[in-house]
Design a protein around this ligand. Structure first.
Ligand SMILES: [Zn+2]
Length: 321
């Protein structure tokens, strides 16, 4: 059998090297690449010299190069070769979601540590488990969920269904650690967003199940909010306060801002600096006596850390590891 004459098959425009020693075929696309390059990354190809691959009689070849059929999509193979041959998917770059998924699939299937690591690190970077990193990503106030540091085309505002894609990847590739941050996106954004996420696949029990997890998580956020900001009630009433009237007034202003007309749960992961950056809040905090100011700051930080350690439990997940 000779693929040279086969019109059904097309050659990859990016990955067809004239000196390639092996042809990988996925679906109807062929990629002519090098045993030597593959062998650097893929244990299966390790030690196969470019010239000495034993080619049994009667097996397909293209211009003398053996053809290996892969039972993968052509798109996955293209992403894999892009990662192995070019610097486009190197660790400093944010990479497309499809490429992340392809690297995890191909990495696990062919046991390619480089691809496994690269796919996982993109997701972990995008959905961190440390509060300081979480604040810097898409969740920072005023930052859209358009392009993140790990994945270049998440576009979560317009594509809430991408949340479900990420959840599937996390479950399939043993990335439980990213799930709380992933589930946090819809939980912080609100009920309408959560329903849009599920509506991308209305008949899927998978989507409905995770919609429920996010709704419960949002409910838990609201319950935790009251606890997290309870320190506001203590302003102006503690013995150490040197300006009780003024601090009590600040307490009332803060109470209004934090609970009326309704809590904004995005405040829960803010730093003290960005919390104070909101005008009304900054003005009220600025009027506190030194003792109340210090107490507010300490209480805020402490409650923020407790919030973050509890965060996975809001979604029924295991504690951060
Ligand atoms: Zn005071």
């Amino acid at each position: 059998m000779n693929f040279d004459q086969n019109n059904q098959v097309t050659r990859s425009p990016q990955f067809w090297f004239e000196d390639g020693s092996v042809v990988l075929q996925a679906e109807s696309t062929q990629f002519r690449v090098h045993f030597g390059v593959l062998g650097n990354y893929i244990p299966f190809f390790e030690g196969m010299a470019d010239s000495s691959f034993p080619q049994p009689e009667g097996e397909p070849t293209v211009e003398g190069a053996p053809v290996m059929t892969l039972h993968d999509s052509a798109e996955d193979v293209k992403h894999m070769l892009t990662a192995l041959y070019t610097d486009r998917y190197e660790s400093e770059n944010a990479i497309p979601l499809d490429a992340v998924a392809a690297m995890l699939r191909m990495g696990d299937k062919y046991m390619i540590p480089y691809l496994q690591h690269r796919g996982r690190s993109a997701l972990v970077k995008e959905f961190p488990s440390k509060l300081e990193e979480f604040r810097k990503t898409m969740f920072a106030p005023g930052i859209d969920c358009t392009a993140g540091s790990g994945i270049s085309d998440l576009n979560l505002d317009q594509e809430p269904g991408n949340i479900l894609k990420i959840i599937r990847l996390a479950l399939r590739h043993n990335l439980e650690r990213i799930l709380p941050a992933v589930l946090g996106v819809p939980a912080f954004k609100g009920v309408k967003y959560i329903l849009r996420m599920g509506n991308t696949d209305p008949l899927s029990p998978f989507a409905r199940g995770w919609e429920g997890v996010c709704l419960l998580g949002r409910e838990n956020l609201f319950d935790a909010y009251d606890w997290q900001f309870r320190w506001v009630m203590g302003l102006g009433v503690r013995d150490s306060c040197s300006s009780k009237e003024q601090c009590a007034e600040a307490s009332i202003r803060l109470t209004h801002r934090l609970w009326r007309p309704k809590p904004d749960v995005r405040r829960m992961y803010q730093s003290w600096q960005s919390f104070k950056a909101e005008g009304t809040i900054g003005n009220a905090v600025g009027r506190l006596c030194p003792a109340c100011m210090q107490w507010a700051n300490d209480s805020f930080d402490e409650a923020g850390n407790v919030f973050w350690s509890q965060f996975p439990a809001y979604f029924g997940r295991e504690p951060w590891i």
